[in-house]
Design a binder for this molecule. Structure first.
Ligand SMILES: Cc1cc2nc3c(=O)[nH]c(=O)nc-3n(C[C@H](O)[C@H](O)[C@H](O)COP(=O)(O)OP(=O)(O)OC[C@H]3O[C@@H](n4cnc5c(N)ncnc54)[C@H](O)[C@@H]3O)c2cc1C
Length: 328
């Protein structure tokens, strides 16, 4: 960063919280990983916009919601991590639609919809992420996906410009969202492999954007039935997922016509351990931090599972989790 530290702190008028050398293990559900050079928790959308406008043009930026799909390598993240959870927290009805900002958690969104007699948002309750992360991932479960519900989104460019976009401006697929740029290139909002660390970070030349809010559309319906559905989905999850141990949900995408968990279990990998990282005994597509796992333990286990499944079945698994940062 070109800006010296005293200058950075004298960014008068900013209302958010800036921290240096913040352990990302505090901001990721795996509770592992290196430090961020800087984190900024904006006070609200206007403050985030102001912050981005003032940030030196060469400063890399990474948005993080609840870190429930994120592995930050032990060498940490260069640049500034924007902590969106709770910061961009507006949630309200606008006519028949819900306006929700990117820092709103899935469970809160599901409860808000039910309280407003709207149905179809129940699935959000079981996804422990923010709306921003769910938009970036097209998160979903039990037959529903985030983008099925999107009327339009509000995004912020790296230089702080606020833009509204329609779903038609994105190529949306299974756990993948790409913006179709004016030039006809698919701009990557998605990264799953070795290039993840690069493509996740916004830089001034990148046309990637942060999701800051969305207008969502649901059906009118029975509020009590929606509440019961939320309860049932949560119970189903706690019966099938290792929720007592730090994890990041499904590590791999399901290959077409197959289930990653079934393939991993079939290769005898349940319980396989590297350092503090372990393939869950409860759900084979989950890797848990069984105690003191480093990001390298987790990444090495991801690579070993991928290689073993490919060797034994010929099927290539692709990680759903995003991997960012530098190796230690
Ligand atoms: C127990 C458990 C169960 C899970 N179950 C499911 C499930 O059923 N279905 C499912 O799809 N996922 C599931 N997940 C994974 C995860 O919750 C989702 O991928 C969720 O959408 C991630 O949201 P987040 O806010 O935590 O994003 P993060 O993990 O913080 O970030 C994920 C990615 O999104 C980007 N991002 C975050 N916020 C923004 C933003 N505002 N603008 C642009 N990019 C952004 C980040 O840079 C990163 O690349 C589960 C995870 C856990 C731990």
């Amino acid at each position: 960063m070109n800006m010296s530290e005293p200058e950075l702190f004298s960014m008068s008028g900013l209302r958010g919280e800036l921290r240096r050398n913040e352990p990302m293990s505090r901001h990721t559900s795996w509770r592992a990983g290196g430090i961020a050079e800087r984190t900024y928790a904006p006070a609200d959308l206007a403050d985030l916009q102001d912050f981005l406008r003032r940030l030196p043009a060469d400063e890399p930026v990474l948005a993080v919601g609840l870190g429930s799909n994120l592995l930050v390598r032990d060498g940490g993240v260069r640049g500034t991590v924007l902590l969106m959870h709770g910061a961009l927290a507006e949630l309200r009805m606008e006519g028949e639609h819900i306006y929700a900002q990117a820092g709103v958690a899935g469970a809160k969104l599901a409860r808000f919809a039910a309280a407003n007699e709207l149905c179809g948002a129940e699935f959000f309750a079981g996804i422990p992420g923010t709306l921003g992360g769910m938009l970036a991932m097209n998160a979903g479960c039990y037959g529903s996906e985030t983008w099925d519900k999107v009327l339009r989104v509000q995004v912020l460019t790296r230089s702080g410009e606020l833009i509204e976009r329609m779903p038609g401006e994105y190529e949306v697929g299974y756990r993948s969202v790409r913006r179709i740029s004016d030039l006809g290139f698919g701009v990557c909002q998605e990264a799953t492999h070795a290039d993840a660390a690069k493509s996740e970070i916004l830089n001034p030349r990148s046309s990637e954007e942060l999701f800051v809010a969305a207008w969502l559309q649901f059906e009118r319906g029975d509020v009590e039935a929606a509440r019961q559905q939320i309860k049932a989905l949560m119970e189903k999850r706690s019966a099938s997922q290792p929720l007592q141990q730090p994890n990041a949900g499904s590590v791999f995408r399901n290959p077409p016509g197959n289930h990653a968990a079934k393939l991993i279990e079939g290769c005898g990998l349940k319980g396989r351990r590297i350092g503090g990282a372990q393939v869950s005994e409860k759900h084979a597509n989950f890797i848990v931090n069984a105690g003191g796992a480093t990001a390298a333990d987790i990444e090495n286990l991801i690579n070993e599972v991928k290689a073993t499944v490919e060797r034994q079945t010929g099927i290539e698994l692709h990680p759903e989790v995003r991997i960012v940062g530098e190796k230690a």
